[in-house]
Design a protein around this ligand. Sequence first.
Ligand code: BTN
Length: 256
Amino acid sequence: MRTRIIGQRFIELPSVDSTNKYAADLLAAGEAVHGTVILAHEQTQGRGQRGRTWLSAPGLDIATSVVLSLAEWPVADQFALSKVAALAVHDVVADAMRYHVDGGTGRVRIKWPNDILVDRKKVAGILIQNEVVGGSVKGVVIGIGLNVNNSDLDAGLNATSLRIEIGLPQDRMALLELLCQRLEHWLDAMLRQDPALDDRYRELLWSRERFAHFELDGAPMEGRPLDVDRSGRLLVETADGRVEAFGLDRLRFAER
Ligand code: BTN
């Protein structure tokens, strides 16, 4: 792996229930080296957001978890880790699309908080689990599921894969190496407090400054996503011109 830290320890598993669980167990046992990457060729009980399961096609997709151990990172800033992960996955997808699809790069967006879309379809999902001690995030597990070579996705899922978008099979290990490099790049930016992290995330927000359909406390709402605040709440301009911040506990994009 041509990286400094991320992926220097690399654990490749033929099959596991969940790479996030495997990584969390390593952390709990005090055996996780900063930058450890776990890749499973088959994941039997992949975990998704909101307690859902995540399906990846054995041998075809990427199911990976990256373990970080941070020195002093305030819990109040933990959403920065979501930005790091989302931007890294965005860069991998955009890079793959760049060579093969006209205007490909511009079609890749981050749907708040951290789904990666090509146009309106989800190509990757991210699940981050933090270990908090006192007011600091210490251990981090960044779980990433990227649909790579699966070309048989359930139409009802509103999902896509790189193979579907590009029309050619992709090299999973090359994608994983780039993913590690981009994670390293954005993690460095986060630790340096480089404003590029916030700027790029804002730029790539799906539906930014365009009206989108949401559910707020279960009721339909329309608004324009503008940015996120420090804690990761989405700043939405409502139809009457007010800008309000909403967390995932209240707001979600409407399923359409
Ligand atoms: C989502 O629901 O969008 C998040 C999906 C995250 C899936 C990945 S696959 C690798 C890692 N291990 C897991 O059990 N989940 C994450």
